[in-house]
Design a protein around this ligand. Sequence first.
Ligand code: PLP
Length: 288
Amino acid sequence: MTVYLNGVYLERAQAMVSVDDRGFLFGDGVYEVTRARDGQLFEWERHARRLARGLDGLSIAAPAGLAAALPEISERLLRENSLEEGDASVYLQITRGAAPRTHYFPPPGTAPTIFLSASRLKLPEEVRARGASVITLPDLRWGRCDLKTVNLLPNVLAKQQAVVAGAFEAVLLQDGLMIEGASSNTFAVVGDVLRTHPATPRILAGITRDVVLELATELGIPFADEAVTVEELAEATEVMVTATTADVMPVVQVDGRTVGDGRPGPIARELHRALLARLERWTARAAP
Ligand code: PLP
């Protein structure tokens, strides 16, 4: 597999990062995961905007011209790794670079570390067909979850608890509210209204979440970006999670309790179909 590291395309096994890298030492960096279909990046401009906000939020200065180069690098990785057909994802990470260890920022001019790789995306279709189960856990994260940083320890621990419990996702709760998943955004249908946490610093506003909200408008599904309480979650007729690597995933069990009639709900299925249709149109439009 060919990856990109700091201006060079090389075999994955040859790609080495310094032990002084601040991504390694502090989780001091940001990342993006972009969906690709038939060699085309889906909704790249939204990922680019979120990346720019993240870099700005951490005061990491990206090299001039990087933003323009990233889609070209991504598409070349898709080509060189024979991912021009079907579903793939591109992982991108930018850290504050390698420098002697200090908590404060390294000297100006320290070059950020830039890494990209592409891989086959296997969507969880078997889980989708029967519906996912989730567990709820307290949200132990910091106050800037809107920045997509590689500092993911609370997410990692929550996801591991979900895996141990045989669940697809851990849904994080704070102050009696459903916040989001360990690596997804969460939605619930409460009294016929599709609800999700507003895009505040408590959540990472997912690209899939944004697209799903647009699709809800197009489809005439009433929605509100108003957080769902734990009590409302218990009464919800549908629950779903969204992420680049899962699309729209219906949830049929929360902490072992059945949601609705225990089968994937009609709104989740409709939104998922609409998301796939958008992806198809996108790919057809972008094709040379
Ligand atoms: N929230 C968190 C904490 C995430 O880690 C992710 C994806 O990794 C998402 C939401 C969903 O974001 P997106 O739809 O852009 O993949």
